[in-house]
Design a protein around this ligand. Structure first.
Ligand code: AMP
Ligand code: MG
Length: 304
């Protein structure tokens, strides 16, 4: 018997669910009215495409007009996992899902609750992060409820999400493939499977008008980036409660850092400080995704 969550999804309602990256706000991907609810709940412009979550590689193939060999190899290597593959879309994928683009972003998430939901529902689920547009992504069920409240019909609580930052997004619509958003799966890992990959230029590479989303994943408190110190070990975050500046230490391991990044920002943001200053991790490949999210979250975006 399908779960309550699967029944709601099939009936066109909104269900927030944990993935290994962040919480997603899910709806029936093949039902345009259900997908429209996502945009309304988030206050998200309909020019920003949604990632479609699938239960299997086979389900992904059915949503693609063309499923390149590179997609097959990457999916076999990294799915279920934090890698979104952008491929030409099949006609059954509604335009509202892809913001009118001829391509669709597909991913099989690696989280037991997400996989159960996908299997029980038996349909692809469109799901952006479960927060209001331009806010920080949610990494706990509490974050989802704080941001979306009654706009969502059901929130599945799976505790904190282990990866903590959004998926890597790779477009296979062109050759060579284009990395549109860095994430836990790195450029190097992808290149080991399919050879050279190009970097997408804009902060929101996929978007037709990138400027619109330059400041994304942001806390309300002004966030400033400071240059990495020479003796990089673990980053120091400084924040100012009233007069005295305080500091907290973040993990020196990028995966551990990513896992707590948004929750740390959510907690600091709730305390009403004047500002938050973050030491930017070094320009090393393993820090690419963290640096990308910090730059997007920052008040001064010109820092590189
Ligand atoms: P979010 O679901 O909020 O984590 O963001 C989804 C991101 O996936 C978008 O901002 C795009 O960068 C990317 N994306 C989703 N679908 C497509 C697509 N059809 N073409 C290019 N990029 C896409
Ligand atoms: Mg988002």
């Amino acid at each position: 018997m399908p779960s309550k969550a699967a029944e709601l999804i099939r009936a066109g309602r909104l269900v927030a669910f944990p993935t290994e990256t962040v919480y997603g706000l899910g709806a029936h991907a093949l039902d345009p009215q259900a997908v429209e609810r996502i945009y309304r709940a988030k206050g998200r412009p309909q020019t920003s495409p949604l990632i479609v979550h699938v239960a299997s590689i086979e389900m992904a193939r059915g949503l693609a007009a063309h499923w390149p060999d590179s997609a097959e190899r990457l999916a076999r290597k990294f799915w279920p996992g934090p890698l979104t593959l952008v491929v030409p879309k099949a006609s059954q994928v509604p335009d509202i899902v892809t913001a009118g683009l001829p391509t669709v972003g597909l991913r099989q998430p690696n989280h037991p609750m997400a996989l159960d939901l996908l299997r029980e529902a038996g349909i692809p689920i469109a799901a952006p992060s479960a927060n209001r547009f331009s806010e920080l992504s949610p990494t706990t069920a509490e974050h989802v409820i704080e941001s979306l409240g009654e706009a969502v019909d059901l929130v599945l609580d799976g505790g904190p999400t282990p990866v903590g930052i959004e998926s890597t997004v790779l477009s296979l619509a062109d050759v060579p493939a284009v990395l549109l958003r860095p994430g836990r799966i790195t450029q190097e890992q992808i290149e080991e499977v399919i050879g050279p990959v190009r970097l997408g230029g804009a902060p929101e590479g996929a978007h037709p008008s990138p400027g619109m989303h330059a400041r994304h994943y942001s806390p309300r408190t002004p966030l400033y980036l400071v240059a990495p110190s020479s003796g990089w070990g673990a980053s120091l975050w400084l924040f100012q409660p009233e007069e005295t500046a305080c500091a907290i230490q973040m993990p020196a391991d990028p995966d551990q850092y990513g896992a707590i990044l948004y929750d740390t920002l959510h907690r600091l943001d709730a305390q009403g400080f004047d500002w938050i200053a973050v030491e930017l991790p070094p320009d090393w490949p393993e820090w690419t995704a963290i640096r990308d999210r910090l730059v997007r979250a920052s008040t001064v975006t010109s820092v590189t």
